[in-house]
Design a protein around this ligand. Structure first.
Ligand code: 10D
Ligand code: SF4
Length: 335
């Protein structure tokens, strides 16, 4: 098949790793280098199957609960953030900690604490059960209620309509969130907005790029894992932007040849937790089927970076050993 067949790929830019994911993945690698295996990670460091499998091979052990980590070890908190109670659990379990929470998630935690201290009712727009929402809600459980989309607005009740603020998860659909906010504002005209966007720059930019390609691409392939909120949103945004079909795949091997029937233009993008090597494999797969002509659809420039968690500058193995020794070194957890 030649390029003259008109078959082509529109490749979104930006796509893939955001600054928070890059920082978190490097933090696990550095911790393994500095302290040696095992490094325990509470929850998937980022929601990507390939990243988790690769880090497991290097000596990371992923657990869902702090109590699963034996005393005297190092545990890292994932980029999605944790509730304060999780820091308490780690102390109780005599664990040295590294916090890989994305600074933009921490920003939302701080907003939640500030509004809770001012006794606001906080309406947190986000997806029920998502790790980030669990962490943010844990900052002020008595003040925060979850609003999981516009259809949830009807059931929201507040103590004082003049003291209500909305905050959000960082990886939501921008358009759907604005729908939810509009519905909340109709119900509570005095609703206060967060001081700056909670949906982060990376989520917004990846959605913008997909919107730009959605009108032209009959098919959009989003590389990302099933549990990745921001990756799933890209599929929804592609369909709303006009793409006939949009699919989420972890690996090129999951693409179905039948998806290409009657398709001239394929859009390709990836979620914020997806390494570029997985996109390259998808591009290679498409090129082998006549879609070798690749055009970049650029929606934004990104240059933001975050410094690594400060705990990586300390001797955490020594700290973890001291935590066990100071309480008698029995090796049993009090948590
Ligand atoms: O599910 P998600 O989109 O929140 O997480 P993922 O790990 O896929 O992407 C990075 C986003 C983070 C850590 C939340 F800010
Ligand atoms: Fe941080 Fe945004 Fe990346 Fe989440 S998606 S880790 S908030 S930069």
């Amino acid at each position: 098949m030649t390029a003259s067949s008109g078959r082509r790929v529109l490749l979104a830019a930006p796509r893939g790793y955001c600054a928070g994911v890059d920082r978190a993945v490097i933090a696990v690698e550095k911790a393994l280098e500095q302290y040696g295996a095992p490094i325990y990670v509470r929850h998937e460091i980022v929601h990507n199957k390939y990243v988790v499998q690769t880090l497991e091979k290097k000596g990371a052990i992923f657990v869902e609960r702090t109590e699963e980590v034996p005393p005297g070890n190092i545990v890292m908190f994932s980029a999605h953030g944790v509730a304060p109670v999780v820091h308490d659990e780690a102390r109780q379990g005599r664990l040295a900690t590294i916090d890989a929470t994305c600074p933009l998630v921490t920003k939302v935690h701080k907003e939640a604490v500030r509004y809770a201290n001012e006794d606001y009712d906080i309406l947190l727009i986000g997806h029920e059960g998502h790790e980030e929402v669990i962490g943010t809600s844990g900052e002020a459980p008595e003040h925060i209620q979850l609003v999981d989309g516009p259809e949830d607005v009807a059931k929201v009740t507040v103590r004082d309509e003049s003291k209500v603020v909305w905050l959000s998860q960082t990886t939501l659909s921008v358009d759907e969130t604005m729908e939810t906010v509009d519905a909340l504002k109709t119900k509570f005209p005095g609703l206060v907005s967060p001081p700056s966007d909670d949906i982060c720059y990376a989520t917004q930019n990846r959605q913008l790029a997909v919107k730009q390609m959605g009108a032209e691409a009959e098919l959009v392939i989003v590389v990302g894992s099933r549990n990745s909120s921001n990756s799933k949103r890209l599929v929804e945004v592609a369909k709303l932007a006009g793409s006939r079909e949009a699919y989420l795949v972890d690996f090129a091997s999951e693409i179905d040849e039948a998806w290409l029937e009657g398709v001239t233009t394929v859009g390709v993008t990836s979620g914020a937790s997806v390494p570029e090597v997985l996109v390259e494999e998808v591009l290679q797969w498409l090129a082998e089927r006549g879609y070798g002509d690749v055009e970049i659809v650029k929606a934004a420039e990104e240059s933001i970076t975050f410094s690594l968690p400060k705990e990586l500058r300390r001797d955490l193995r020594e700290e973890a050993a001291a935590l066990v020794a100071e309480r008698g070194g029995s090796g049993t957890s009090e948590a």
